[in-house]
Design a protein around this ligand. Structure first.
Ligand code: ACO
Length: 425
C-alpha cells in the first residue's frame, strides 16, 4: 500500500499522498490540500517546499552528493567536457560521437550576435557591470529572433535555442568584457574549443594553454546545474508565464547576480582582498562575521542545501592548487582563503551551523589565475549555468500538468480602512 500522511485540522482528517523519488526522497503531496480543506501551507524561503519533480540533477546536502542525470559530479568533472555535460543535462543522455560533433558544430555556428546587439553593448558605460550588459542583451536577442519567441516552441526550435544561447552567451560575455576595457571586439574562431575560444575572444590571444582551457572547462561543468536554486527557480517562474526563452533566461542571469547566490564569487574575492589590504587576522575577521549586529558574512561559506560539504568546493580546491602550480602563479589571496577556511572549520559558530565552503569560495581564485577579472566572475557562473536553466525550462514546459507558477500568501495587512480625501489626511 502506498504511504500516506495524515493531517488533522479540527474535526477533519486529511490523507495526503506521499511521493517517493528515485533516490528515495520523500515529499507530502499537497496539491489538493486547499481544494479539500481551505488551508494552504506557508514556507518562507521555500526551506521545505519541493516546487517540482525533476529528472535532471540530484543532490544530497547531508552526504555531499551531486549527480547530473545519475552521473556523479566527480566523474563528469574528470571525464567530460562542458559541451558534453550541457548535452547530457538537456537531452538526458551522453551523446554519441556523431551527436556530439553535430551539437558542437551547431553551438559554434552561433559565433556572433546581430549588429544591433553589438551597438547596444557599445552604448553601455565602460564601467557598467558585465552582468547588467549580459542580462539586458540576452533579453534583447528576443528582438532579433522572432520565431524563437513563439509561445510554444517545437522540439527543433528548442534544440536551436539551446545551441544558440550556449553559443551567444559566450559572444555577449566576451564583447561585454572587451567593451569595458575600451577594446575592439574579437571575432570568434571556430577552430578553437568553447573555452579556448572564449579566452581568445576576451584576450585576443589564440594561443590558449591546454591547462587553462581545461581548468575553465571544469569550472563550467561544476556550475552546469544545481536543481531548484534561486536562479533556476526564477527561470521556471518566468518561463511558466510562457515568456519567451530569451526573457526567461535573462531572469536567471538577474537572480544569479545577487551576492547570496552567484554574485558570491565576486564578493569572496573582494572580501579576501579587503582582509589582505587591512591586515586583519582571520580571527578578527571571523569575529566580525559572527557578530549579529554586523551585516557581513563569510562569503563563500554556507549553503541552503549542503550541510556537510559542497562536493563542487572539494573539486575546485584541488583544481585551484593544480592551476596555480601549473601556471606558476603565487596568489596571497589563496593563502588567506586557506587560512580562513582552516580557522572557520574549527570555529564553534561555523561547526554548529554546519557552514562549509561552497562552490564560490575557491572559484574566484582560479578565475583570477586564469586572468579573468573580478567583475566577470558571476558572468562565468552564468555561462556555466545556462545549460541547466535551459534544461530545467524544457523539462517544465514539457511536463504533464504544466501550469503557471503562482504561489499563494497569508495576508497580514489592514482589514478595513476608510478612504480620506488627501487634504484631510
Ligand atoms: N557567514 C556567517 N554566518 C552565516 C553564513 C556566513 N557565510 N551563512 C550562514 N550564516 C549563519 C546565519 O547568520 C544564521 O545564523 P543564526 O542561526 O544564528 O541566525 C545561520 O548561519 C543560518 O543561515 P541562513 O542565512 O538562515 O541560511 P540560508 O540557508 O538561508 O542561507 C546562504 C544560505 C545564503 C548561502 C548563506 O549561507 C550565505 O549568506 N552565505 C554567504 C553567501 C554565499 O557564499 N552564497 C553562495 C551560495 S552558493 C551559490 O549560490 C552558488
Amino acid at each position: 500500500m502506498s504511504e500516506k500522511a495524515k493531517l488533522v485540522l479540527g474535526e477533519n482528517t486529511y490523507e495526503l499522498p506521499v511521493i517517493t523519488g528515485t533516490e528515495n526522497e520523500k515529499a507530502i503531496d499537497i496539491t489538493k490540500l486547499r481544494a479539500q480543506s481551505g488551508y494552504v501551507t506557508l514556507d518562507s524561503g521555500y526551506m521545505n517546499t519541493g516546487a517540482c519533480t525533476s529528472a535532471i540533477t540530484f543532490l544530497d546536502g547531508e552526504l555531499g552528493i551531486l549527480k547530473y542525470r545519475g552521473y556523479s559530479i566527480e566523474e563528469i568533472a574528470e571525464k567530460s567536457s562542458f559541451l558534453e555535460t550541457a548535452y547530457l543535462v538537456n537531452y538526458g543522455k551522453l551523446p554519441t560521437e556523431a551527436e556530439m560533433k553535430a551539437f558542437s558544430v551547431k553551438v559554434a555556428s552561433y559565433d556572433d550576435v546581430p549588429e544591433g546587439i553589438k551597438t547596444q553593448i557599445k552604448a553601455f558605460p565602460k564601467d557598467a557591470h558585465p552582468m547588467a550588459v549580459l542580462s539586458s542583451n540576452i533579453v534583447s536577442l528576443s528582438a532579433f529572433y522572432h520565431s524563437l519567441c513563439a509561445q510554444d516552441l517545437t522540439p527543433a526550435q528548442k534544440d536551436e535555442a539551446f545551441a544558440q544561447l550556449i553559443g551567444q552567451i559566450k559572444v555577449v560575455s566576451a564583447y561585454a568584457y572587451r567593451h569595458s576595457q575600451g577594446k575592439e571586439f574579437v571575432k570568434s574562431d571556430k577552430s578553437l574549443d568553447y573555452c579556448s575560444d572564449f579566452i581568445h575572444m576576451m584576450t585576443g590571444d589564440k594561443n590558449v594553454s591546454r591547462d587553462v582551457a581545461k581548468a575553465l572547462d571544469v569550472l563550467l561543468i561544476l556550475h552546469v546545474d544545481h536543481e531548484q536554486n534561486c536562479s533556476t527557480s526564477s527561470v521556471r517562474m518566468v518561463g511558466s508565464s510562457k515568456a519567451n526563452i530569451f526573457a526567461t533566461i535573462s531572469a536567471g542571469v538577474d537572480a544569479l547576480w545577487g551576492p547570496l547566490h552567484g554574485g558570491a564569487n565576486q564578493a569572496v574575492l573582494e572580501m579576501l582582498a579587503e582582509i589582505k589590504d587591512s591586515g586583519k587576522d582571520y580571527k578578527q575577521f571571523l569575529a566580525e562575521v559572527k557578530d549579529k549586529n554586523s551585516s557581513s558574512r563569510l562569503m563563500g561559506f554556507g549553503h541552503r542545501v549542503y550541510k556537510n560539504f559542497d562536493p563542487r568546493a572539494k573539486i575546485i580546491k584541488v583544481a585551484c592548487d593544480t592551476v596555480l602550480n601549473t601556471l606558476g602563479v603565487q596568489d596571497p589571496l589563496l593563502d588567506i582563503a586557506k587560512g580562513l577556511e582552516e580557522v572557520a572549520l574549527k570555529d564553534e559558530y561555523f561547526v554548529s551551523r554546519k557552514l562549509y565552503p561552497n562552490v564560490d569560495f575557491y572559484s574566484g581564485i582560479i578565475y583570477r589565475a586564469l586572468g579573468i577579472p573580478t567583475n566577470m566572475f558571476t558572468v562565468m557562473f552564468a555561462i556555466g549555468r545556462l545549460p541547466g536553466w535551459m534544461a530545467q525550462w524544457k523539462e517544465m514546459v514539457e511536463q504533464d500538468g504544466f501550469k503557471i507558477c503562482r504561489p499563494r500568501q497569508i495576508y497580514t495587512g489592514d482589514v478595513t480602512n476608510k478612504y480620506k480625501d488627501i487634504k484631510s489626511r
